[in-house]
Ligand binder design. Structure first.
Ligand code: FE2
Ligand code: FE2
Length: 235
């Protein structure tokens, strides 16, 4: 049996990000997600006079379950406010992308120096070129778009945000083109027959990165931007 995990020092947001199925456990307590999203589980229990140990146990039980009939990520995303969505994108997706960019680039550089697989030169050049734009894009969202969304909500003025969203959507398409090229140059990230472990590991790193990037773009385009546009229309 696995040792029990102590979740008490994680915020509600961190818990939900770690495992969306925790939503099922937390909603039973009629949790006010707005109020507690950024508060630790122990504070939530203290303020709501709940037993931390038994809640921790319930979370462990849920953690141990296989992902069967549980709340979908999409339905969880839909209950988040705009500010919460921005935070989720920031610390889950942007954090992953920013952390992995230098790791993948270093792996690709090594692969290029050793000429490890076909098209490595082109893949390395494409990746190196696209990450500059991608990092700039993420910075723009973090420093300009997300604060503007918050500003829009308080000022009731949707115009600057609409323009920014159009720009971000165009950039998402451009990123998609670069990554689809890399996908095709690596035969859908399939290592060639007899590939060594280094090549196999690089292909996996790239595939995971591409999936995360696409998922994050999907959430921005289809959940965040849709919600922002709907709020803007109502102003
Ligand atoms: Fe983003
Ligand atoms: Fe984006």
């Amino acid at each position: 049996m696995n040792p029990e995990v102590n979740f008490s020092n994680l915020t509600i947001a961190e818990l939900l990000t770690a495992n969306f199925n925790f939503y099922e456990v937390l909603k039973k307590y009629d949790i006010n997600f707005d109020k507690y999203f950024n508060k630790k589980l122990n504070i939530f229990c203290q303020e709501e006079q709940l037993d931390l140990l038994s809640l921790n146990e319930e979370l462990n039980d849920k953690h141990a379950e296989n992902k069967t009939e549980s709340v979908t990520e999409e339905s969880f995303l839909n209950i988040l406010t705009l500010e919460q969505l921005c935070e989720l994108i920031h610390y889950k997706y942007h954090h992953y992308l920013i952390t992995n960019i230098p790791l993948i680039q270093a792996s690709l550089k090594e692969a290029k120096d050793k000429n490890l697989f076909e098209n490595i030169e082109d893949v390395y050049t494409l990746f190196s070129n696209t990450i500059t734009t991608l990092l700039e894009h993420i910075r723009m969202e973090e420093d300009v778009l997300f604060p503007s969304i918050k500003e829009m909500l308080s000022s009731n003025n949707p115009i600057p945000v609409k323009e920014l969203i159009n720009q971000m959507e165009d950039e998402h398409e451009e990123e998609g083109v670069y990554f689809r090229k890399m996908e095709s140059l690596t035969n859908n990230y399939t290592p060639p027959n007899g590939a060594d472990s280094q090549t196999t590991s690089i292909f996996k790193q790239m595939k995971d990165f591409h999936i995360c990037l696409m998922k994050h773009v999907y959430i921005e385009n289809n959940v965040l931007f849709t919600k922002v546009n709907n709020s803007a229309k109502a102003m």
